[in-house]
Design a binder for this molecule. Structure first.
Ligand code: SF4
Length: 237
């Protein structure tokens, strides 16, 4: 990847679920994790990729400025893949958005170098952070990620910004009692920094994309509504 380029797969306009108001969401390419249930495999594999420089991406995003003036005010969401892997190249975009007073949100798994997170903290208004697996060996084996990096970044972010938590509930991967208890205790420790917890019941949303990319379709179990209810209750107690 050319260092000066910003690599992405899609710019989605009129998004209503990636932060407050009407938003334009940028799906950045690349991620350090390999969640078996990933719904956006095109951001990890394959050649589906568009390159922008910071100025041209900012220009694209400003085309929707009128829609950001919704009630509540909308803005731009950086998603992926893992948006913060390209934080350095995105800084000029962040600066332009800031100058234009446009609200910015990031969806992140936090498995990124600390310096990237520090850059984002300077500009980003709201962070959506995933909490997936908190058992060290499972995080390494299933996600292929370094849990210490995640924990350190979470601590840094929680001391600086308000966070909305997203917990993917995936049968056979994240839904066991032990992981639920670890997540409950972890979130309780940071309750002052967390404004909302969203439990996400995952479906095989990415199946068609895996087929298109010639990859094996992920095979994971669904979870029952009863379990979702129970988990919700556990986190509320
Ligand atoms: S963190 Fe998100 S983008 Fe990365 S592999 Fe997991 S689900 Fe996919």
């Amino acid at each position: 990847m050319n260092k000066k380029n910003i690599s992405l797969t899609n710019i989605q306009r009129f998004s209503l679920h990636d932060g407050p108001g009407i938003r334009t969401t940028v799906f950045l390419k690349g991620c350090g994790l390999r969640c078996p249930w990933c719904a956006n495999p095109e951001n990890l594999y394959g050649h589906e990729e568009k390159f922008f420089d910071a100025e041209s991406l900012a220009h694209e995003l400003l085309k929707d400025k009128i829609f950001y003036q919704s009630d509540p005010p909308g803005g731009v969401t950086f998603s992926g893949g893992e948006a913060l892997l390209q934080a350095e190249n995105l800084v000029p975009v962040f600066e332009i958005m800031k100058r234009e007073k446009i609200h910015m949100t990031v969806e992140t798994c936090l498995y990124v170098p600390e310096k990237n997170l520090r850059l984002a903290i300077e500009y980003i208004d709201l962070f959506f952070v995933d909490v997936k697996i908190l058992k060290r060996d499972s995080a390494a084996r299933v996600l292929q990620g370094n849990l210490d990096l995640y924990l350190k970044n979470f601590e840094l972010l929680a001391n600086k910004r308000t966070i909305i938590i997203r917990v993917p509930v995936i049968g056979g991967f994240t839904d066991c009692e032990e992981n639920r208890a670890l997540i409950k205790n972890f979130l309780a420790r940071y309750k002052n920094a967390i404004s909302k917890i969203e439990l996400l019941k995952e479906h095989n949303l990415g199946a068609a994309k895996y087929k298109k990319l010639g990859l094996p379709v992920p095979d994971y179990k669904g979870v029952s509504d009863e379990l979702m209810q129970k988990y919700f209750q556990e986190l509320s107690d």
